[in-house]
Design a protein around this ligand. Structure first.
Ligand SMILES: [Zn+2]
Length: 79
């Protein structure tokens, strides 16, 4: 019997909403994703090994992945 294990990133979509994309400049849907390093066994992610989370936003219109801080910028512009 042998084990296949390793550490790899796992991406989870935490939010789906609309925003004004700064890249393609259209009001489109986005996915807010959280990426963490997970310890996995037999390709099944078991538990997170890092506290640090990498949160990114993906525009579903043009496909650009950008840091989640762009959401705060676009919200400030709307005010
Ligand atoms: Zn876009």
């Amino acid at each position: 019997m042998f084990f296949i294990f390793g550490v790899g990133p796992k991406t989870k979509v935490v939010e789906k909403k609309q925003f004004k994309c700064p890249v393609c400049r259209t009001c489109s849907n986005y996915e807010l994703r959280q990426q963490r390093q997970y310890f996995s066994l037999f390709f099944i992610a078991l538990f997170p090994v890092s506290r640090r989370q990498n949160t990114t936003v993906k525009c579903l219109h043009c496909g650009t992945v950008m840091p989640s801080m762009v959401l705060h910028h676009t919200q400030q512009e709307a005010k």
